[in-house]
Write a protein that binds this ligand. Sequence first.
Ligand SMILES: NC(=O)c1ccc[n+]([C@@H]2O[C@H](COP(=O)([O-])OP(=O)(O)OC[C@H]3O[C@@H](n4cnc5c(N)ncnc54)[C@H](OP(=O)(O)O)[C@@H]3O)[C@@H](O)[C@H]2O)c1
Length: 306
Amino acid sequence: MRNVVGNRGGSIVITGASRGLGLASATYMYKQGWQVIAAMRSVESGLAKLRATTGAAPDDPRLIGVALDMTDPDSITAAALEIERRAGAPDVIVHNAGLAAAGGAEETPMEVWQQLFATNLFGPVALTKALLPGMRAKGRGRIIAISSQGGIRGMPGISAYSASKGALERWAESLAQEIAPFGLGVTIMVTGTFNTEILTEKTADYGDHSGPYAKVYEGIHTTGRAFVDKAAAPPEKFARALAEAIDDDAPIRRRMVGPDAVGLYFMARLLPGSLVHNIIRMAMKLPARNTLRNLAPNVASASKRN
Ligand SMILES: NC(=O)c1ccc[n+]([C@@H]2O[C@H](COP(=O)([O-])OP(=O)(O)OC[C@H]3O[C@@H](n4cnc5c(N)ncnc54)[C@H](OP(=O)(O)O)[C@@H]3O)[C@@H](O)[C@H]2O)c1
């Protein structure tokens, strides 16, 4: 028996529905006839945006706003209770809320590593834990994890983000094995480049651009900016891909969304790791191996003294 949940009239929780891919997805799914539970930090302003994009009336039971901060365990518990009270066990959860930060591994502060993992991994884990008993009892449902190209392979200059998305994918795979016997499935959407605020100067940058990694950042920023300007797709395109993903029937399905995600996925799977490393180095114009060796200030001053 197929466990497809993609029926109009079903309920879908979308986290981070206040803007970007979440806003576009919530709007699209509402227009497709779904009951949308839009989970977000600022419910009032988020709902106002969603009513404007969907045309939903303030008392429309198909558009529900729920307060949710992925970094706050109490907020997650309260959100799960409110979701169940207002809509019952959901048919679909989309773990879309996410946070990025620029900066190399060495220069990104530990609090930022913790904040990214709280938002991108621990939040989705906790919300899923809270909603799973109801979904298991219902015997059907899908959990959709929004990953990134940075989750396929650790990318330079966004190591905390990359690591959190990689971890999200591993969690989603484990979960799929555990919940398949209960009629539930998991889809991982490995997302390419879309035009949202995550790719703008609004993303916090912890790299020291005049420090030892300056040349590393220079390459990443020049090539990254040019790539985003050329390749970023509209969020509505992502929303349509999400609607297709909801129809997935397999216990686990990985979908690449966007040509850049497809390209990196196959490159990382088919080519030897050292070759992939070099392709990424050249594509991002990173300094070649050993070329910054004697430029680190402490090393340079030490060698002068000797
Ligand atoms: N756009 C891309 O090219 C791209 C590529 C790969 C993957 N992705 C993934 O797609 C997802 C959506 O990103 P986006 O591009 O739409 O980014 P965005 O425009 O920056 O939106 C991020 C969303 O996440 C929410 N959020 C952040 N921290 C939160 C927290 N602690 N609690 C609750 N919500 C929180 C934001 O809410 P506020 O409005 O309250 O800040 C916002 O709604 C993310 O998981 C991202 O990693 C995006």
